[in-house]
Ligand binder design. Structure first.
Ligand code: ZN
Length: 475
């Protein structure tokens, strides 16, 4: 609640007191978790054994949290927290001033601390696995390597083919005056149609949109409105709504237990990407909503649906990850994933990192950042110690299609229903097969149960090739 307030309504000068309050709570929670009594209780529960699937899952989830928290020496926990808190503000200034030299020593320190952290946690094969597991339970670099290699092989030529026909889609037409009240009305209408329950959820404003929740009946999303591009906030609302559904549909029997809510960042992101891209950027969706859009934003009244549909799906290599389109986005992630491994394994020195970044950008996207601000300094993640986080974005993309295909296999009418703004069958399938389980199953088990197969790249590659070959009329 303190964090939600910090990012929505807190006055700017409240930051210092809020940081104190948050760190006090974090310290108390950590102390309770690592207390010897907690370990004794878990051991006793393990000895008694789980009597059903939920009790077994409770043992898995609490044992995992306890082991992770106790394996890392308290001094290291504190050092990481303090270093990252300071590094984030150093990074903010360094990014603003394009000052790589100012940030480099901090990145060096963070890489070093995360290496120590990974060794304290332990790993079987590769150091990266220990960090990745914090965000994606059970996932390893050996699992990701073939997926990402296949994705790179499929994406790089697709992007090149699209670039040759870049003139077939005009995205500049999205930049039209966008009244804020109209954006609010349109977003609330669509969220309501999709099934967002306003008795259990809120939509507020924040500079960086996010979703948070305090139980399944109090789920809060945020967005921001741009004055010259109404589609931006709509897609960000749909994205956060996908996250919100995961929490709202968590089984009531799991409420107030460690099993409530999403099981991993990758699975969570699959839900947001599914609503943002597979629903919100689909032709069927806009067949229904475009007339209403034109009413709310009259600047679009003379523009045909197909031009608009192309514009919201334009593919264009760019420097900034957060502004990247569906196809190039994953190349930004693969670049970071490769660099994180090289840094952690000591194959890349921090001093050489900007050059490595630029070489990969040129290789994958044909661009070289003119400044560090638009290159290696653009993301907050590394300054916050979030090494191992990035792959979950691409996992989310891959899984969004795998889940959507499974939903369609069960209910072939889903695409047609989306075109009639009837979202209940899709939402129901996701709630039944993914959301209600919370953390009962591991991400791997959940994927297998919901789709009948292990995590696979094939449906996603097929989707990308099919959708964008059509939009760009590629042979
Ligand atoms: Zn997200």
């Amino acid at each position: 609640m303190l964090s939600w307030d910090q990012r929505t309504y807190m006055p700017p000068l409240g930051a210092e007191a809020r940081a104190r309050q948050l760190s006090t709570l974090a310290k108390l929670a950590h102390e309770k978790l690592i207390a010897p009594q907690t370990g004794e209780l878990i051991a006793a529960a393990e000895a008694a054994g789980g009597r059903n699937v939920h009790e077994q899952a409770l043992l898995r989830v609490t044992r995992r949290a306890f082991d992770k928290a106790t394996r890392v020496p308290l001094a290291l926990v504190v050092e990481i927290a303090q270093t990252c808190a300071r590094a984030e503000s150093v990074w903010e200034t360094a990014k603003h001033q394009n000052d790589w030299a100012g940030f480099a020593p901090w990145l060096e320190k963070i890489v070093h601390l995360k290496q120590q952290y990974a060794r304290a946690i332990g790993f079987k094969q590769r150091i990266y696995d220990a960090l990745l597991d914090d965000f994606e339970e059970g996932m390893t670099a050996d699992d990701l390597d073939p997926l990402f290699a296949a994705l790179k092989d499929a994406t790089v030529p697709l992007v090149q083919a699209i670039v040759e026909h870049a003139d077939r889609v005009d995205a500049s037409l999205l930049h039209q005056p966008a009244d804020e009240a109209a954006q609010q009305r349109f977003a609330r209408r669509v969220l309501g149609d999709c099934g967002f329950d306003w008795q259990r959820g809120r939509l507020d404003l924040a500079a960086h949109p996010f979703c948070t929740n305090f139980g399944r009946d109090d789920v809060r999303i945020t967005t921001r409105f741009e004055h010259d591009n109404a589609s931006m906030s709509l897609f960000s609302c749909l994205h956060e709504m996908g996250h919100a559904f995961y929490e709202m549909h968590s089984g009531p029997e799991l409420e107030a237990t460690p099993l409530a809510g999403g099981v991993s960042l990758g699975i969570h992101e699959s839900q947001s990407r599914l609503w943002e891209n597979l629903v919100g950027r689909s032709h069927g969706f806009w067949q229904h909503y475009y007339p209403l859009w034109q009413q709310e934003f009259p600047a679009f009244s003379g523009l045909p649906l197909d031009g608009f549909y192309g514009a919201i799906n334009r593919v264009s290599p760019s420097l900034i990850r957060t502004q990247a389109d569906e196809v190039t986005y994953n190349l930004h992630i693969i670049l970071r994933y490769e660099m994180e491994q090289e840094l952690l394994e000591g194959r890349l020195a921090v001093a050489d990192a900007p050059a490595a970044w630029n070489t990969k950008m040129q290789h994958y996207l044909g661009l070289t950042p003119p400044t560090h601000r638009e290159g290696i300094l653009q993301d907050v993640h590394w300054s916050g110690g979030g090494l191992g986080y990035f792959p979950t974005y691409t996992l989310g993309n891959i899984l969004s299609v795998q889940f959507f295909e499974a939903a369609k296999a069960a209910h072939p009418a889903i695409p047609a229903e989306v075109g009639q703004a009837n979202f209940a069958p899709l939402r129901g399938w996701l709630a039944e097969n993914i959301h209600r389980h919370g953390k009962t199953f591991t991400p791997r088990e959940l994927t297998q149960r919901a789709t009948g197969s292990a995590l696979t790249i094939a449906p996603y590659v097929c989707y990308l090739k099919g959708k964008f070959s059509e939009i760009y009329r590629l042979s």
